[in-house]
Design a protein around this ligand. Structure first.
Ligand SMILES: [Zn+2]
Length: 169
C-alpha cells in the first residue's frame, strides 16, 4: 500500500465517522476488495462527501421552513383581521355609526341606458389567384349601462338608506 492510498483511506474513515448514519449503509462496491484500489476508495470518499452535502442542505432547508412558516402564518392572520375590520367599516350605519350594522333589504334596477361604440376590424387574405386583399370594416356595438339602487337597513337603529351602483356589460 502506497502512502497516498493510505492517506485517502484515512480521510475516508474520518468522513465515515462524521456521517456514521450513512456510512453504515453498504454500497454496491463494498463487496469488491477496495483496500488496494485507490480509484474505488476515491469514489467512496466522493460518495460520502456528496451524502454529507445532501444532509447539510436538508438541515438548511429545515431551518428555513422553521423560520418562514411562523412569519407566513402571522402575516396571513394579520391580513384576515384587516379584511374583517375593513368589511365592518364598509357596512357602517350612517346614522348611529355602528360598524357592521348594514343589512341589505332589496336591490332594484332604476335605469338602463345604451352607449354606442365602434369596432374596427382589418381582414387580410389571398384569393385563388394569389392576389392580396385588405378589407377594413367597422361595425357599431352597444354597451348596456344598468343603474341599481341598493336598500339597506341598520340592524341596531332601523335607519334606512340607499346607495346606487352601475353595472356595464
Ligand atoms: Zn344605525
Amino acid at each position: 500500500m502506497t502512502m497516498k492510498s493510505f492517506l485517502i483511506l484515512f480521510l475516508g474513515i474520518l468522513l465515515a465517522g462524521s456521517v456514521s448514519g450513512y456510512a453504515q449503509q453498504p454500497s454496491a462496491d463494498s463487496s469488491v476488495s477496495s483496500k488496494d484500489d485507490p480509484h474505488l476508495i476515491k469514489k467512496q470518499i466522493d460518495q460520502l462527501a456528496f451524502e454529507r452535502r445532501v444532509q447539510k442542505n436538508e438541515k438548511e432547508t429545515t431551518a428555513k421552513v422553521m423560520l418562514w412558516a411562523p412569519i407566513t402564518l402571522v402575516g396571513l392572520a394579520g391580513l384576515i383581521v384587516a379584511l374583517v375590520l375593513l368589511s365592518a367599516y364598509v357596512r357602517k350605519c350612517p346614522s348611529c355609526k355602528a360598524k357592521g350594522a348594514r343589512r341589505k333589504i332589496a336591490v332594484e334596477l332604476i335605469d338602463t341606458s345604451y352607449e354606442k361604440y365602434t369596432v374596427r376590424e382589418t381582414r387580410r387574405y389571398t384569393d385563388m389567384f394569389n392576389v392580396r386583399h385588405i378589407e377594413d370594416t367597422t361595425s357599431d356595438r352597444y354597451k348596456t349601462i344598468n343603474t341599481y339602487e341598493s336598500h339597506y337597513r341598520c340592524k341596531f337603529c332601523s335607519h334606512d338608506w340607499t346607495r346606487t351602483f352601475i353595472e356595464v356589460r
